[in-house]
Design a binder for this molecule. Structure first.
Ligand code: DQA
Length: 176
């Protein structure tokens, strides 16, 4: 993973002052600063954006898809309504982790359904600003596990080689 897109939907520009009892006191700039530090320490480019317009989110999901880069998406209220965003994610064929600051399942009925969830690699809700960090950690852990795979394959290969050819090991031990 060389880059990650963190996309924020409507009203998330108001974080910090908007219903802090539900969304906390962290501003979107605070969240961006934390993710930016985490990305910098892991050598990853962060594209962090917010818009109140559905079409912007669609365009940015398309961009991430073309680049083959993963997306952390808090689509705000569009999560519950946007077929356009659903279609964009489906077409983008890139990994999306859906995040919400609040636990949408413990709130009003209309928030309990997300059109995005069925397409998402995973969903993280209810941890406030930390939901974003957890999503980024999940992507990083998946990438690091994947990067490690050839190394692990090599280890397994040498172990099975040693098991198949114990005489070579004995020969080596005799030489010592
Ligand atoms: C939200 C939850 C949505 O239902 C709401 O419309 C938002 C914020 C969240 O992060 O908890 O704008 O996405």
């Amino acid at each position: 993973m060389n880059a990650v897109h963190v996309l924020n939907g409507p009203n998330l520009n108001l974080l910090g002052t908007r219903e802090p009892e539900t969304y906390g006191f962290a501003t979107l700039a605070d969240i961006e600063a934390r993710l930016s530090a985490l990305c910098k320490s892991r050598g990853i480019i962060l594209h962090f954006r917010q818009s109140n317009h559905e079409g912007d989110l669609v365009t940015w999901v398309q961009e991430a898809g073309r680049a083959g880069e993963p997306v952390i998406l808090n689509a705000g209220a569009y999560s519950h309504t946007s077929i356009a965003l659903y279609d964009a994610i489906k077409a983008a064929k890139t990994d999306v982790i859906e995040v919400h600051l609040s636990n949408i399942h413990s709130r009003e009925d209309f928030r309990r359904q997300s059109l995005i969830s069925p397409l998402a690699r995973g969903v993280i809700v209810g941890f406030g600003a930390l939901s974003y960090d957890l999503a980024l950690e999940a992507f990083l852990a998946r990438t690091e596990a994947a990067d490690d795979r050839p190394h692990r394959k090599q280890i397994v290969k040498s172990i099975s080689h040693a098991q198949k050819h114990p005489w070579q090991r004995r020969k080596r031990e005799q030489k010592k």
